[in-house]
Design a protein around this ligand. Structure first.
Ligand code: ZN
Length: 244
């Protein structure tokens, strides 16, 4: 089975379209989504509709999805994220709001591995450092877990007494050693923050036991226009061209 793994789409339609076009010739059997489908970007309904049209095998909710559909109020969001969440909540159709509110909390098991939005031990927790990852490895039993939330394409791995954190470059293939344990972030489609503005995604080939990380070039200016034309805060548009 080959899984296309999508995370942190953030209502960026141009980026999601580019990822689907880039991934199609590589081939995949099923789509998985790690949450934050909406928030920040200017096309929440179009992105939810396009994701739903892929008939994903599993989708879990992100913190922005929870605030956009009213499960939470976003008290911990900064002013820009909250303004975007308020705008998104107004913009969502009833059908898409209900789709988001029905999404399960992570982590969930998908064919022998986990997917979560944040830390597998806490759906809203960030996995930024080796210590964060070490505690997650300790708290939850899994060999391989995919996560998002930080918008950095990277992989933590632990084997015997060795722990590594590797940033995943473009078209990089990560072999999954069955004797080790992994936490892999495919990176963000809609708002990458690892200084590479191209939309990030990954393909997990279960049979070959590899994860390949990819980036898709997209029309950043069009996504920026959607943000500014919608009256969303300007920094949400500006940061896209720098991938920060
Ligand atoms: Zn996010």
């Amino acid at each position: 089975m080959r899984y296309l793994i999508l995370s942190d789409l953030h209502a960026n339609l141009e980026a999601l379209r580019a990822v689907l076009a880039d991934a199609a010739p590589r081939g995949y059997d099923q789509v998985l989504c790690l949450g934050d489908i909406v928030g920040y970007g200017g096309n929440p309904n179009e992105v939810v509709d396009l994701l739903r049209a892929q008939k994903p095998a599993a989708v879990i909710r992100g913190n922005h999805d929870k605030v956009a559909c009213g499960i939470e109020e976003g008290e911990h969001f900064n002013d820009i994220a909250r303004a975007a969440a308020v705008w998104t909540r107004e913009a969502l159709t009833a059908s898409n709001r209900s789709y988001l509110s029905d999404l399960p909390r992570g982590p969930i098991d998908v064919g022998g591995f986990l997917i979560s939005h944040g830390n597998p031990a806490d759906e809203d927790g960030y996995l930024l450092s080796e210590v964060d990852a070490l505690l997650a490895f300790e708290a939850v039993p899994f060999s391989l877990s995919f996560f998002g939330h930080t918008h950095f394409a990277c992989a933590f791995s632990i084997a015997a007494d060795r722990m590594t954190l590797e940033m995943l470059g473009e078209d990089q293939e990560l072999p999954i050693d069955r004797a080790a344990r992994y936490l892999v972030n495919p990176g963000s489609i809609g708002q990458p923050r690892d200084h590479n503005p191209r939309a990030a995604y990954a393909i997990y080939d279960q049979q070959a036991s590899t994860v390949s990380a990819h980036r898709a070039r997209y029309d950043v200016a069009a996504a920026q226009r959607r943000i500014t034309d919608s009256g969303l805060p300007f920094p949400l548009a500006y940061r896209l061209e720098f991938g920060v």
